[in-house]
Structure formats: C-alpha cells, structure tokens
Write a protein that binds this ligand. Sequence first.
Ligand SMILES: C[S@@+](CC[C@H](N)C(=O)[O-])C[C@H]1O[C@@H](n2cnc3c(N)ncnc32)[C@H](O)[C@@H]1O
Length: 452
Amino acid sequence: MRHRRNPPPARAYEPPLPLTPRPAHAHTQHPPPPAPSAARRMRSPLLPERHGQRGRRGSTCAPGRRKRRPRRGASRSGAAPAGHRTRVSSSWFLPGGKEQERCPMAARGKVAAFNLPPLPTVGEIIKLFRLQAQKQLSQNFLLDLRLTDKIVRQAGKLKNAHVCEVGPGPGGITRSILNADVEQLLLVEKDPRFIPGLQMLSEAAPGKVRIVHGDILTFKMEKAFPKHLKKNWEDEPPNIHIIGNLPFSVSTPLIIKWLENVSKKNGPFIYGRTQMTLTFQKEVAERLTANTGGKQRSRLSIMSQHLCTVENRFVIPGQAFVPKPEVDVAVVHFTPLVQPKIQQPFELVEKVVRSAFQFRRKHCFRGIETLFPESERLKKTEELMMAADVDPTLRPFQLSMSHFRNLCNTYRKMCEEDPSLFAYNYREELKQKKRQHLPKSISQTEQTEEEN
Ligand SMILES: C[S@@+](CC[C@H](N)C(=O)[O-])C[C@H]1O[C@@H](n2cnc3c(N)ncnc32)[C@H](O)[C@@H]1O
C-alpha cells in the first residue's frame, strides 16, 4: 500500500496560463466535479490568444511575433514541488495554431515527433483542479516528465501504436505517451476528479484520446481496440500496448487477472500478444522476476514467467512521487510467450503453485501434500513427487520451472484418473474441521505461510 505524506492543502489557484477547463465529454458514469471558480474565468490554452492579450509572464502572442522561450526545464508556475521539476513542451502556437518552436526533448531526438501545444504543467493541473491525492485510492503522482518519458520508452516504439493507459490521474505519463506519437490513446480512470484535466489533454491531441471513467478491474478490454489490429498468437505482438502506474492494491490483482487472460488468450490478448509496461512496488517486481533459488521466488514468479517474458526495467525511488510513498517502485515489462512454459489450464497451474508455496520455508512436499485429502495425502504426495521427479526435500523457492511443469503435468493425470480430486480444497477442509470443533491436528495448528 502506498501511503500519503503531507498532502498539499487545497487552495485557490491562479494558473499562469489562460485556460478554461471544460466539462469532460468522457464516458463518465458520474458527472465530473465542478471546475474551480478561478479556472472558469480563464481561456483555453488551446485557443489562440486575443490580440494584445498578455500572459502573466508578459508574453505576447501578437500575430507573427515570436513568444519568448522559457528557461529549459523551468516550471512556468513553480507549481511542482522542489525536486519535482516538471518538464513541459515548449512548443508555442501562433494564432491559427502554427507551431513556432518544438519541445526541447524532441529537438534532441529523445521523444518522438508529436508535440502537444502549450499546456499547464502536471503540477498546475493538480492545483487547478484541486486533485489532492486520495489515500483510499493510493494515489501518488509522477510530475517529472523525464521520468514519465523513461517509463514510456520501456514500452518500445509507440509510433502509430494503440495504447491503453490505466490510471492516468493528472496525466504525466499520458503526456509522454502522446509525445511518442501514438495513433490512439485510451485512458481508463476510476477517479472522476481527473476527467476534466484529462479532457484538456484530449483537446490538445485532437482525435487521439478516448477517456473512460471506470474501473480497470471490470473494464472490457476485448472491445477496447479496433479489430483490424488483431494478430495471430504466433506472430509478432500487435501494435497495442498497456501502460500504467496503478496503486499497488490494484496492480497485483490486475496482473493476476491479465496473466489468466494471457493463458486463455482473451481480454486484452484477443488481439495477440499485447505487451504491458506496468509499475509495481519494488518487492513485488522482484517477485515477478525472481529466478530459481532467489529470495523473492514465489507464486507470482512462476505464474508470470511461465506465461510471459518478464523484465524488471528500472526502479523509481519513492521520493520521485508526490506525495512520497513509503516504498520504491519498479517498472516491469511483460511480453506474452508464444508457448507457455507449462501447458496446462491456468486454474490447475495456479492450484499447484499456490499449494507448493503454502509453506515457504518448509520442504516442498509439505505444501504439495495440501493438494490431496487427508485420507490419502501421504500416498498421493509420494506418487506425485516420484512421477514428477521432484526431490521432496527441496524448498519451494528452489523448484525450477521444469519442476513445476512436471508437477502440473502429473497432477493433471491424477485428476483425470480421479475427477473429484481437482475440486478438493485444503483450506475448505480446515474450515470445516474448525467448525466441527475437532481436536487440533498438526495441520490446524500450523500457520500457512502463503503469500498474500
Ligand atoms: C498511483 S496514481 C498514478 C497517477 C498517474 N498515472 C501518475 O503516474 O502520476 C494511480 C491512478 O490510478 C487510478 N486508479 C486507481 N484504481 C483504479 C482502477 N481500479 N481503475 C482505474 N484507475 C484507477 C487512481 O485514481 C490514480 O489516478
């Protein structure tokens, strides 16, 4: 869980740029909150300024006159807190929308050719719409656009790509995605307070952005992209990417759901091997990518690595976020494998892997035996370990992918021989025993060490 520290107080804000937040035309389930009154008085930055109208910094936008370029990397308002300088495009538009100068990063070739017109910084958007981070939604924002660019670069080339960003919030990563010259960007955001700010970005990139106010855990990804983008599973991945910096409380259940989708080739994977670039708490990222014998080797390691190539790309220190979470964050990239390493149904693999890691520090047979009802536990566990050629005294984290493959294949055969076996649930048996007030058996007194 991310924790909020010293949330900035909501206060009236006078943005340095003229802008008029407009009501979102997003697919909202609820109307967005009213824009702050200070904002209502201002004009849109996307509209040409009136003749003679001066910005707060005294810039003139008279036709044909070139606007003064701000200092490189300087926040136009100082809105970003110290240490979180926000980089914005410095391209300027003359009346009529003619571009004068380009973003300094684009000029150095670091970001693709698309340039957003002048916009308030992410920090300014946060102040303008009073987007205080909400603890219940574990919100921590990235304001440094060099970092958001770096996250987006992990997805690979995004020119003409169709991208879904999950949890765009105030839109830092969103800007970097748009700067990468994508064809279409779908934003799925749960918190309605962010919709007007996202709508502003949408207006800055006409025709490119679609905003959905909804929950990514229930959003139907199978209809999110045009059908013509579909690729065969064996082909190269489609030009579709999922990118997101979600709260940890959402990113872990979401990746488990998406791994199941990979296994079943549904959800975002009906389009083929859609790639994902997502952030996780650093320790979760280490579990996702841990090798055999590694300290962090866990259920997540097997479930992710048997279905995807998983790469832990880089760590973002907690202090890069506003407010600062108490943990560091890592960016992880997933590409679904053409052939899963364990060719068994997701539920079966999940059950075997979960059982194996039930008692992390004990010999692996201790967890594996929970696959079988008490009456035949010892015999069946021996049978499984022998047939799968797995040393029962190995610890769960010492089991390799091929050990798990053998265990799953053998367990599948045992389930085919005894169709009631797969339905057996160790935890259910424990609960029933407790309900019946049976004398404590060893299995009842022992604490399971399953990962959460
Ligand atoms: C950690 S913040 C990151 C915001 C932004 N991407 C950034 O990097 O600054 C997570 C964002 O995800 C949104 N969010 C949380 N749960 C969500 C869900 N289930 N579906 C969609 N968005 C969600 C939050 O409202 C918030 O905007």
